[in-house]
Design a protein around this ligand. Structure first.
Ligand SMILES: C[S@@+](CC[C@H](N)C(=O)[O-])C[C@H]1O[C@@H](n2cnc3c(N)ncnc32)[C@H](O)[C@@H]1O
Length: 293
């Protein structure tokens, strides 16, 4: 992710309104960070994989201009790839995806009332929101929430629990969070407690979908699985069976060149592809189980 476009010296409310407005445009899938500067002003940073095109800059100018009353100039910078990696590993800044703000305890103060905060301590588990696959899943969950109510969800490969907590905080619905790794389950449980979502979540150490608790709790209105393309394709028939009619599957951990293979496996299981998005070189798929006629 080597390019950033920034708009500095904003008031907090304007930064928020502009961020919300950008979320509704063609640039809505890009990672957008709203951060407070040392002088108390706010800065918006949009992260892009390729240099911003003139039409992107025009869209940003128009969208922010509509909020501010006059079109400001966005500043373009190259961002060395290594900086981004170091930043994500150190878990420095909070990450905004749709209405979600994934943050550590040190940046609780970044939370504004219009956002859903997900406070995550990663420990030894995966899932701070900085990775393109996690952000892609959060974005998909946020989009589904615009039009659908989800009851009963499964987060397969929960890691830190970030997606399970996002689902619980969005719909206040039961979520079964599973992982092959018992340490991840412990971290996810602690994060669920930290976010006040423990009563919505159940946990199981399980590989794939074979654990009896998974079948016992189904069918699911939403299954999220951010694992890798190969296990996702292998799980396709079983995962499709666990989805309720009209239910959604959000799948990530897929490289763009692997996406068609995964889509084919799920189409064979009877699911329909609703959306495929790319973020930092990772594809996220949203599929739907056919609703009853
Ligand atoms: C890429 S991380 C995703 C974590 C989190 N859901 C996120 O989106 O950031 C994948 C997680 O899935 C777990 N995992 C990998 N293969 C699995 C499988 N077959 N069944 C269950 N969990 C699995 C890993 O232990 C890891 O915690």
């Amino acid at each position: 992710m080597p390019y950033t476009v920034t708009l500095p010296r904003l008031g907090e409310a304007d930064a928020q309104r502009i961020a919300d407005a950008i979320g509704e445009t063609a640039l809505g899938d890009a990672a957008l960070d709203a951060a407070e500067a040392a002088d108390g002003s706010w800065e918006l940073t949009l992260y892009l994989e390729s240099p911003p095109r003139p039409e992107d800059l025009l869209l940003l100018q128009r969208t922010s201009g509509a909020v501010l009353g006059a079109a400001p100039t966005w500043q373009t910078h190259d961002l060395p790839e290594t900086n981004w990696v170091a930043k994500s590993l150190a878990g420095l800044g909070p990450v905004r995806v749709g209405r979600f703000l994934v943050h550590g305890s040190h940046s609780r103060d970044r939370l504004t009332p219009n956002l859903i905060g997900l406070e995550i301590e990663a420990g030894e588990a995966f899932g701070t929101g900085h990775h393109g696959s996690t952000a892609g899943c959060l974005e998909a969950i946020a989009r589904i929430a615009r039009t659908h109510l989800v009851g009963n969800a499964l987060d397969l490969g929960t890691g830190t629990g970030v997606l399970a907590i996002a689902i619980a905080r969005t719909w206040r619905t039961p979520v079964l969070a599973t992982d092959i790794d018992p340490i991840a389950i412990e971290v996810a449980r602690q994060n669920a407690a930290l976010n006040g979502t423990l009563r919505h979540l159940d946990f199981a150490v399980a590989a794939g979908l074979s654990h009896p608790v998974i079948a016992g709790r189904g069918p699911y209105g939403l299954i999220v699985a951010n694992i890798l393309a190969r296990p996702l394709a292998q799980l396709a028939p079983a995962l499709a069976r666990e989805l309720a009619p009209g239910g959604f599957a959000v799948l990530s951990g897929i490289l763009p060149e692997q996406a068609s293979q995964v889509v084919a496996a799920y189409r064979s299981g009877g699911l329909r592809l609703l959306r495929q998005s790319e973020r930092d070189g990772w594809s996220t798929l949203v599929l739907e189980s056919p609703a009853p006629a």
